[in-house]
Design a protein around this ligand. Structure first.
Ligand SMILES: [Zn+2]
Length: 411
C-alpha cells in the first residue's frame, strides 16, 4: 500500500514538474549534455571545450524548469576527448580533477554567485546538489567572468574616479573581439611614475584570476589611504581577461594550439593581445620605469593555498633578486586569509615546460629593467573560499602588498 502511495506521489510529481532544459548559448557557456533524466531530476554533463582550444575543464550551463524549492542534481563527468599537454596531443583525456571543484558555483541572475553544497564524488563523476528558485539557474565550474564583467568593471571605475580611471582597448583578438583594459594614472609627470601591469586569464578557464583582478581594482579605487597614495604615485594598467576569444567560446585556453597565451611571449607572438602587452611593457622599460608585472592564474586542484611562480633567481640581477625577495615577504604579510599565501614561491625553469622562456614572467625578466619585479600569482580554486568574495579579498590584499612595496623604500 505504502509503495503504491509512493509511486502515485512520484507520478503526481512528474505530472507537475516542468521539463528541465539545459542551454549553453551565451558567452562562456560550455557543456556536452549527455542526459537529462526528467523523473530523477538529474542532469548529466561534461565540459564542452574543444581540446584544440585548450584543456576541456571549464563548464557553464543555464538550467530552466526548476521550481522554487525543488531539488535536482547536476552530475558532472570529465571530457572524453584527447587533450594536449606540453604543446602536443597526449592521446588521452585530461584528468577530470581539473573540472571538478568540491562545490559548483550557482546564480539566479547570472551576476551574483554562490557555491552549492559539497559535491559527492564517485569514481568517474561528481554530483552537485541544486535547488530551484522558480527562474533560470546558472551553474558553473567557478564564478564566471566574461567581457560583460570586464565592461561593467571599467564603466564603474570611470564613473567613480573619472579624473584618473580610463578604459582602453589593448588589442583586437584574432577572432575580432576587443581586449579591454583599465588604466589608472593621475595627472602630472607621468613619465616619472613607476609602471605597474597586472593581467589575468592568459588561461581562459581560470576565471578566479579575473575576480582577483577585480578585487585589486576595487581596492585601488577605494578611500583606503595606501590605495590613494598608490594611484597618485604609479601608472597602473589592469587587463582582466587576456584570452578573450576562448573565454567567450567557453574553451579552456591552456595548452591551446599552436600554444597558449602564456607560451606566446617571444619575438613574434601569435596573439595580438600578447604583442600589444609586450609593446606597452617595452615602452615602460625603455623609460626605465617598469616596476611590477603580475600575471594572475588559478593552479591545480590540490593547491589549496595561493602561491607565486617565479623565474630562476640566477637569471636576475642582484637588485631584481632583492626586490623579489622583498615583495614576496610583503605579499606573505598581506595575503593572510581566508586564502592564505604559501610564502614559498615555486621556481619555473627548463624542467617545468619546454617553452618556459616564453612564459610572460620570464619574458619580463628578460626585457624589463634592472629593478623590475615579475611574478605569477596562482590563487586556489578548490576551496570553500574560492568564491567571488575570497578572490576579491586576495585582490585587495595584493593591492596593499604592491602599495607597501612601492611606497616604502627598499633596504
Ligand atoms: Zn594558468
Amino acid at each position: 500500500m505504502k509503495a503504491i502511495l509512493f509511486l502515485g506521489l512520484l507520478w503526481l510529481n512528474l505530472l507537475h514538474a516542468a521539463e528541465l532544459r539545459v542551454s549553453t548559448d551565451f558567452d562562456g557557456g560550455s557543456a556536452t549534455i549527455d542526459a537529462i533524466d526528467q523523473g530523477r531530476r538529474e542532469i548529466w554533463i561534461r565540459p564542452g571545450g574543444n581540446p584544440a582550444r585548450g584543456w576541456p575543464c571549464w563548464w557553464f550551463v543555464r538550467i530552466d524548469g526548476l521550481a522554487a524549492g525543488e531539488t535536482a542534481t547536476l552530475v558532472l563527468r570529465g571530457s572524453e576527448r584527447s587533450a594536449r599537454n606540453n604543446g602536443k596531443d597526449t592521446g588521452k583525456p585530461l584528468s577530470s580533477d581539473w573540472a571538478m571543484p568540491i562545490a559548483a558555483t550557482v546564480s539566479d541572475d547570472g551576476g551574483s554567485w554562490r557555491q552549492t553544497g559539497l559535491g559527492k564524488r564517485e569514481t568517474d563523476r561528481i554530483s552537485y546538489p541544486l535547488e530551484g528558485t522558480g527562474g533560470p539557474l546558472w551553474v558553473a565550474w567557478g564564478p564566471p567572468f566574461t567581457p560583460r564583467e570586464t565592461e561593467a568593471l571599467l564603466t564603474e571605475a570611470e564613473r567613480a574616479r573619472p579624473d584618473f580611471a580610463k578604459p582602453l582597448t589593448l588589442a583586437t583578438t584574432r577572432e575580432g573581439r576587443p581586449v579591454r583594459a583599465l588604466q589608472i594614472v593621475a595627472a602630472g609627470k607621468i613619465k616619472e611614475k613607476p609602471a605597474v601591469w597586472i593581467h589575468a586569464r592568459q588561461h581562459a578557464w581560470e576565471s578566479g584570476s579575473s575576480w582577483v583582478a577585480r578585487g585589486f581594482v576595487e581596492w585601488l579605487l577605494s578611500d583606503v589611504e595606501e590605495a590613494e597614495q598608490l594611484r597618485e604615485r604609479a601608472q597602473i594598467v589592469i587587463v582582466p581577461i587576456m584570452d578573450v576569444d576562448r573565454v567567450v567560446t567557453g574553451d579552456g585556453g591552456k595548452e591551446a594550439a599552436p600554444h597558449d597565451h602564456n607560451r606566446d611571449w617571444h619575438q613574434a607572438p601569435h596573439y595580438p593581445e600578447v604583442a600589444a602587452a609586450q609593446d606597452c611593457l617595452r615602452a615602460f622599460a625603455a623609460e626605465g620605469r617598469l616596476a611590477v608585472v603580475l600575471d594572475l592564474h588559478n593552479p591545480a586542484s590540490r593547491d589549496l593555498r595561493p602561491f607565486f611562480f617565479v623565474g630562476p633567481p640566477d637569471l636576475l640581477s642582484e637588485k631584481a633578486r632583492g626586490n623579489r625577495e622583498r615583495f614576496l615577504g610583503l605579499a606573505a604579510g598581506h595575503l593572510t586569509g581566508p586564502l592564505i599565501l604559501d610564502p614559498k614561491p615555486r621556481v619555473t625553469g627548463a624542467s617545468y615546460h619546454p617553452l618556459w622562456r616564453r612564459i610572460s614572467g620570464q619574458w619580463v625578466n628578460d626585457h624589463g629593467n634592472d629593478h623590475t619585479l615579475a611574478a605569477c600569482l596562482e590563487t586556489s580554486w578548490n576551496t570553500r573560499h574560492s568564491n567571488t568574495g575570497g578572490y576579491r579579498t586576495v585582490g585587495r590584499q595584493l593591492g596593499a602588498a604592491i602599495a607597501a612595496y612601492l611606497l616604502s623604500p627598499g633596504p
